[in-house]
Design a protein around this ligand. Structure first.
Ligand code: FES
Ligand code: FE2
Length: 416
């Protein structure tokens, strides 16, 4: 694969405990390699079941030149198909989200069922068999309501992720939620920098005054019991807070130990105690929706967070869920899609105000967008040299190691 020779060279230069070589962040070669090879070899988070709540609801997930339709069938199954018509290849769904009784290609109106079967194609030869021209499926896994897709031919194992995530998020019952707000933010930074920024709170004290007022900084890489970081960082105050909370969590059946990227796997799950008496992740720590979700009958001062490599993170609160996915658009452009979910019966303007619901993470996203962008600009300079991660940046290193491992494996497979 001579086209990706530079990428192979940069991967060889990667140094343990340090940021990546410049080319892997800023070059066109690395962008194409990521979008066409590496990211096709892994599971990517696309959306939740609440984004495709009813039969006919579709959600289009795009990465590089690829476009995938996630759609709920009449049988309530959620499936994924390539967004490319089996006639002459036109894109079929042009909207990012929508609802349709059938999927009709806008070019010559070939029409597909929600299960991908070709239903109508005018003026074809007599020997044309519709059964041979259904939409091409894409691998999809529903993990407790989080939809993951894999565009490659050999999706990697996902069973441990399912076992560790599905049961813990099941109590929030994503199928009973609805999408109240969705933001699409385009960041001027490579997708790996947006991910790295997400995996540490080393920048939170100075960068996110609103966020740390509600979440504190523990659990976002700064240190939790058993993750190896708390020996270095003094988190005794947080430990005491959690110790006081665990009994309450046990009563609700939601007390679990930290799961942190088990060997070779790509997920982290942590229940975090909120700071300063906050009952949810909102700008003022007050309920963002009056209709509570899951097992909660009264406000509860913790949230469950799930992080997956290489493109998502999610926070589950007693009154709403917020989920984040990112996809690379160009070497220096990344789409961060944030969705806020509330109880399906919650009424806008009565139970929740969309602006209040979204304010905390909207503010935080804008701050992070700035950090990722100046990070990218500095790395693009001739003066850049890979720098060392701090102890508090252990989860950044976990992400980087995942990237390098999977990139090397995908490169090898593509060259074979
Ligand atoms: S390309 Fe879709 S109907 Fe012709
Ligand atoms: Fe941040």
């Amino acid at each position: 694969m001579s086209r990706f020779e530079p990428v192979s060279g940069w991967l060889q230069q990667d140094r343990k405990g340090h940021t990546l070589p410049q080319g892997l962040y800023v070059s066109e070669e690395a962008f194409h390699f990521d979008a066409e090879v590496m990211l096709k070899s892994v599971w990517l988070y696309a959306c939740t079941v609440a984004h495709v709540k009813s039969p006919g609801d579709f959600f289009v997930f795009e990465m590089g030149s690829n476009s995938i339709i996630v759609v709920r069938g009449k049988d309530y199954e959620v499936r994924a198909f390539w967004n490319s018509c089996r006639h002459r290849g036109s894109k079929i769904c042009l909207e990012q989200r929508g609802r349709a009784a059938r999927l009709t290609c806008p070019y010559h109106q070939w029409t597909y069922g929600l299960d991908g079967a070709l239903l109508a194609a005018r003026s074809m030869t007599e020997d044309f068999d519709k059964r041979d021209h259904g939409l091409s499926p894409v691998a999809l896994e529903n993990i407790g309501g989080l939809i993951f897709i894999c565009m490659g031919d050999n999706p990697p194992p996902i069973d441990r992720v399912r076992a560790d995530i599905a049961e813990q998020i099941a109590v929030y019952d994503l199928a009973k939620l609805k999408v109240a707000v969705q933001d699409n933010l385009i960041e001027d930074a490579n997708w790996k920098l947006v991910m790295e920024n997400n995996r540490e709170c080393y920048h939170c004290d100075a960068g996110h005054p609103e966020l740390i007022g509600v979440l504190g900084t523990y659990g976002f890489g700064k240190g939790l019991p058993d993750d190896g970081v708390d020996d270095v960082v003094d988190d005794s105050a947080y430990d005491a807070l959690v110790a006081a909370k665990r009994e309450e969590w046990r009563g609700l059946g939601i007390d679990r130990d930290l799961i942190e990227f088990p060997e070779g796997w790509w997920h982290r799950v942590a229940r975090l105690a909120l700071a300063n008496g906050a009952v949810t992740q909102s700008i003022d720590g007050k309920l963002a929706c009056q209709k509570l979700i899951g097992p909660f009958t009264q406000p509860e001062t913790s949230s469950l967070s799930v992080w997956t490599q290489p493109n998502s993170w999610h926070h589950f609160c007693c009154d709403h869920v917020v989920t984040f996915s990112l996809t690379p658009l160009a070497a220096d452009k990344t789409l961060l899609r944030t969705s806020w979910l509330v109880h399906e019966d919650a009424v806008e303007g009565v139970d929740y105000d969309p602006d209040h619901l979204a304010a905390l993470w909207r503010t935080t996203n804008r701050q992070d967008c700035h950090f990722s962008s100046i990070n990218h600009q500095g790395i693009a300079s001739d003066g850049y040299r890979p720098g060392p991660y701090a102890v508090e940046e252990k989860l950044v290193e976990d992400f980087k190691d995942f990237y390098v491992d999977r990139a090397k494996a995908a490169l090898e497979q593509a060259s074979a």
